[in-house]
Design a protein around this ligand. Structure first.
Ligand SMILES: Nc1nc2c(c(=O)[nH]1)N[C@H]1C(S)=C(S)[C@@H](COP(=O)(O)OP(=O)(O)OC[C@H]3O[C@@H](n4cnc5c(N)ncnc54)[C@H](O)[C@@H]3O)O[C@H]1N2
Ligand code: MOO
Length: 591
């Protein structure tokens, strides 16, 4: 008989111990339910049934378009058995000839297609009726049941799980070793301690960009203060500009039809002339750049292209003269009531000049967020005070503040918190109440005093990721609380600033609709650099406009080379380094 396996993913639980839908928490950048679904979908022959319960809508949205089938167990609160029953029943409805099913849960982050295949082949080669995953001297999910066992699954009650059937029929069960199956996630502590929770630079950027809030706060600014901001609303012209037809050259205003006649020069119109001149047929008027065109004239001849006779008569000597030449028509820059500038325009010096030129003194711009920098570390001392043994000068807050100011963000508050979990959670909760973005610095790594990730989650922050496959900045934390972004930057000053340039600044730019301050380009490197594959390296480097030189002192506790750098030389995860003369990627810094 043709073998056909169904996969039932049990995703109905309320994750009470977690305080947030576990199904949607991410591991290596993917939600746990999506990880399980993707593993099940690798073999296209699988019929994949996901049983929903708590948070059903959100989980269904997460799985939209994947190809899994969804079934909701309205009785999910009565326990696991009801979800197993609903899963098996709907699998039988969907695929009546199914020969086996694998029951999987969505809190085993290491569940993979390999494990599912392993269970299938263990069952086939052993000829047993059940194949269960074995880990940590016990066994459990994922577990495969052949068709004769479906009836026992359908008889499970209340809190009973598939384990009961496996125990009862252990003589007909083959164990498939899946050591990493021991890792399941029931509590935040377990989640945060997942050591492999390290994602690629690209995945980290993607998670941040998916998490950016709608930002539609705006503020009215004086033009003189508005450079570097983004227009928040369309700007409508309050009149025609220019307000009157103007000459764009120093020369003579004429009627085009008179160009071949000898013309009497009847007078002179300077810029700023406040009376309306009239030009009669057969005459010309001396005119200057910016001066109002006289009524009756339609063209200006440049003074270089005329001859004035001894009698003071004007002869036009311009082969290329055309009607309307050298005249700026009224309203040709912008006409009254027209949109002179659309919302979203970056306010460069030119944009500000343009607005002033159409008479504006104020502009509505996208407001900048209020940011708090929370610095942690008992060893930190304020620069200027004597340095005790074991102390280091606190440099992160001032360098981050400077970097923020450089991109036009001035609403910055700095708070210092001791390495104490309760104080940190409290400080963070307070900060989330009053600021739009939180930059925590230090304490994101794995040491006994590194409390940031836990404190953030305790304060209600939903973790996007913690740890990125990069150097420096590996322990970077990112999360959100509603529309607020929380970055946990590593304490090493060079790591903190690298993460600022690579993640925080681009997030702010995207949120505020600004152009990217940093530019990626390719250049030849003057020196070789060796690295191991595995992490993306952001090397502090100097680009002289032609070639790039990786600088000395790349260690993340040092800023000496960073202080001379104007770019990162970027070597990707897979790279093992570069040779002198190689073309390499660089990221120019917005300094
Ligand atoms: N066993 C492991 N240890 C560490 C790992 C690891 O994976 N396993 N990761 C290392 C990496 S990479 C980094 S980066 C750091 C990040 O550490 P934290 O974010 O936890 O930061 P701290 O431990 O608080 O401080 C690190 C370093 O930076 C100095 N520091 C901190 N704040 C400031 C500041 N505001 N101004 C100046 N200097 C500061 C601090 O004194 C430490 O020297 O963890 C590694 N460890
Ligand atoms: O990777 Mo850590 O961020 O530099 O030393």
């Amino acid at each position: 008989m043709q073998q056909q396996t169904g996969i039932i993913i049990l995703a109905a639980g309320a994750s009470l111990r977690m305080g947030q839908p576990k199904q949607l928490m991410t591991f290596e950048g993917k939600s746990l339910v999506r990880l399980a679904a993707d593993a099940a979908l690798v073999d296209k022959r699988h019929v994949v049934m996901v049983v929903l319960g708590a948070h059903a809508d959100a989980v269904a949205r997460e799985l939209a378009g994947t190809g899994v089938r969804l079934v909701t167990n309205s009785g999910w609160q009565s326990g696991m058995a009801s979800s197993i029953r609903v899963g098996v029943e709907s699998l039988l409805d969907a695929a009546p000839d199914i020969t086996s099913c694998i029951l999987a849960v969505c809190d085993q982050p290491f569940l993979s297609a390999t494990v599912l295949e392993g269970l299938k082949s263990a069952q086939l080669t052993s000829g047993k009726g059940i194949a269960a995953s074995a880990y940590d001297n016990t066994y459990g999910t994922p577990a495969l049941f052949t068709r004769p066992y479906f009836k026992y699954l359908l008889q499970l009650e209340g809190q009973e799980g598939a384990k009961k059937v496996i125990r009862q029929y252990s003589a007909d069960t083959v164990m498939y070793p899946f050591e990493k199956g021991r890792t399941d996630i029931d509590t935040m502590e377990e989640y945060n301690q997942l050591t492999h929770q390290m994602i690629s630079v690209e995945a980290a950027k993607e998670i941040i960009s998916r998490s950016l809030p709608e930002w539609n706060r705006s503020v009215q600014l004086h033009l003189a203060e508005a450079a570097g901001h983004v227009a928040a609303a369309d700007v409508v012209a309050g009149g025609d500009f220019p307000r009157f037809a103007q000459s764009s050259m120093d020369g003579y205003a004429i009627r085009f039809q008179d160009k071949d006649r000898e013309l009497e020069i009847a007078g002179e119109i300077p810029a700023g002339a406040s009376e309306l001149f009239r030009l009669k047929a057969g005459k010309a008027l001396r005119i200057f750049t910016g001066a109002p065109m006289p009524a009756g004239a339609d063209t200006v001849v440049m003074q270089e292209k005329v001859t004035v006779t001894a009698e003071g008569m004007l002869l036009v000597r311009d082969e290329e003269l055309s009607a309307g030449l050298n005249v700026r028509p009224r309203g040709s820059e912008v006409s009254e009531g027209a949109v002179a500038m659309t919302a979203g325009t970056f306010l460069s010096a030119a944009a500000i000049g343009f607005l002033a030129g159409i008479g504006k003194t104020q502009v509505e711009v996208v407001a900048t967020p209020a940011i708090v920098i929370i610095v942690t570390g008992n060893e930190l001392q304020e620069p200027g005070l004597p340095l005790g043994y074991g102390q280091v000068y606190e440099s992160n807050s001032i360098q981050l503040r400077s970097a923020l100011k450089h991109i036009g963000i001035n609403d910055i508050t700095v708070r210092h918190v001791k390495d104490d979990p309760a104080m940190l959670t409290q400080a963070l909760a307070d900060a989330l109440g009053s600021f739009d973005m939180v930059l925590l610095v230090g304490g994101v790594s794995v040491g006994d005093y590194d409390f940031v990730a836990n404190a953030a989650v305790k304060a209600g922050v939903r973790q996007g990721f913690h740890r990125v496959r990069q150097k420096p900045g590996k322990p970077l934390f990112f999360g959100t609380l509603e529309d607020k972004l929380v970055f946990g930057l590593p304490g090493n000053p060079s790591s903190a600033l690298t993460c600022f340039y690579m993640y925080v600044a681009p997030a702010l730019e995207a949120m505020l609709g600004r152009p990217h301050g940093s530019r990626k380009l390719f250049a030849r490197t003057t020196h070789a650099y060796r690295k191991k594959a595995g992490l993306t390296h952001f090397l502090k480097a100097f680009f002289d406009g032609t070639a790039v030189t990786p600088l000395h002192a790349q260690e993340s506790y040092r800023l000496h080379s960073f202080a001379q750098a104007n770019c990162f030389l970027v070597l990707g995860e897979a790279s093992t380094g570069c040779e002198a003369g190689d073309e390499v990627e660089i990221q120019l810094l917005n300094l």
